[in-house]
Design a protein around this ligand. Structure first.
Ligand SMILES: *Cc1c(COP(=O)(O)O)cnc(C)c1O
Length: 391
């Protein structure tokens, strides 16, 4: 928990605390686990998994990241607008109509088909930033974005043969590196290796290769290539229950709020819309100003809990758009008391990000990116508030 400092005066009680030291430490732990010289691409798509992309990007770069990964052109442009000059790779497919904007922002474009490649070639002819860096993505089994292996040599030849382009990388993406003893990942690596050999055979100089996501880095699958792509682990959250984090890694995001009303409940009183909770006895509720418009999903109604006074306090009845009522633990609760909603320390009583994912019936990724913009982000470095983002 943090002290109320002047920067926080006037801020909404419900806020996400982003511990930049955790992000820096996680980045260093990832690097230390990799072979000497390996480069880490910090994946900061979806607003840095909800943490605030420019802040995460700067922190990761200062801690040794070599490049950044985003999903959309506007995410890349947003980082450029914040003065970030590091290489930014567009990991996903973009519309050919976006090629020019991507080039102008100095983004590295991932291509996997002739249609986008031609648009990039066209945009590169007009670009002052040529040669435009291009990555070639191979579909080795995910069946999402990527060129089929048999198409790859022709695409690589075409990229390498255009002086306005630079083949900056070739990569693939794993389908299930986060599952235990998953032999399909090894099969994907085999297909990738074969494809790279075929590209080399047609005379293309092979650029840096990348395959591993967080799960791959932690389990060592595909982690020996020149570049790895770290997303969820950078934020201190494990990719799945089967892939534990490295020691010393810790979550960067927690969510706090404050009690805004102590709600006395008599036997038979009901709480919230549609009266789904009925008090069996006298008890005390505590109103907390967070709801499904903040990403605190309605599916958590009657199921989730928060940390109040260091102990779990269950949600009573329905989650509203902007508010919940929780059961105040025995003892005193007062308006203004701090409520730990998500993922704080082990002793604050709040659900961890993994527990929240289970409660929501989703994965940890969706918990993080589901925290809405209206929840202010407070950035902490060396135990001090170094920034606040509201909007
Ligand atoms: C999102 C993404 C990653 C990061 O995955 P994590 O599991 O969060 O580490 C890596 N590579 C690609 C292509 C991605 O889209």
């Amino acid at each position: 928990m943090i002290d109320i400092s002047p920067e926080l005066d006037g801020l909404r009680a419900t806020r996400a605390i982003i511990d930049l030291d955790a992000i820096a430490g996680n980045m260093r732990a990832l690097r230390a686990s990799l072979p000497e010289g390996a480069k880490v691409m910090a994946v900061v798509k979806a607003d840095g998994y909800g943490h605030g992309a420019p802040w995460v990007a700067r922190t990761a770069l200062n801690a040794g990241a070599a490049s950044l990964g985003v999903a959309t052109v506007s995410e890349g442009q947003h980082l450029r607008a914040h003065g970030i000059e590091a290489p930014i790779v567009l990991l996903g497919s973009i519309d050919p109509a976006e090629a020019r904007g991507a080039c102008q922002a100095g983004l590295e474009i991932t291509v996997a088909d002739v249609r986008l490649l031609e648009a990039v070639q066209h945009a590169a002819r007009e670009s002052e930033l040529a040669p435009v860096p291009v990555h070639l993505k191979i579909d080795t089994g995910l069946r999402r974005y990527g060129a089929m292996p048999e198409q790859a040599p022709a695409l690589a030849t075409r990229i390498a043969g255009d002086a306005r382009l630079r083949l900056a990388g070739i990569f693939t993406h794993f389908a299930s590196a986060d599952e235990p003893e998953e032999s399909f990942t090894a099969e994907q690596v085999r297909r990738f290796v074969t494809t790279i050999e075929a590209i080399r055979d047609v005379g293309v100089a092979v650029p840096p290769l990348h395959a591993a996501n967080s799960a791959g880095i932690i389990t060592g699958q595909g982690a020996a290539y020149e570049v790895v792509r770290a997303g969820i682990a950078l934020y201190g959250v494990s990719p799945s229950a089967d892939v534990p984090l490295l020691p010393s890694m810790r979550p960067a995001m927690s969510i706090e709020s404050r009690v805004t009303r102590v709600v006395p409940l008599a036997s038979g009183d009901t709480v919230g819309y549609n009266r789904t909770f009925r008090a069996g006895d006298r008890m005390i509720g505590a109103l907390v100003p967070i709801g499904y418009a903040d990403g605190y999903r309605r599916a958590l109604s009657g199921r989730a809990w928060v940390g109040l006074g260091g102990r779990p306090a269950r949600v009573l009845g329905r989650v509203s758009m902007d508010q919940i009522v929780v059961e105040a633990p025995a003892g005193m609760v007062a308006a203004g008391d701090v409520v730990h909603v998500l993922g704080g320390s082990a002793v604050d009583g709040a659900p961890s990000i993994t527990e929240m994912a289970d409660l929501m019936g989703t994965n940890t990724y969706e918990v993080l990116v589901g925290v809405r913009r209206r929840v202010p982000r407070i950035f902490i470095k060396h135990g001090r508030v170094v920034g606040v983002r509201t909007d």
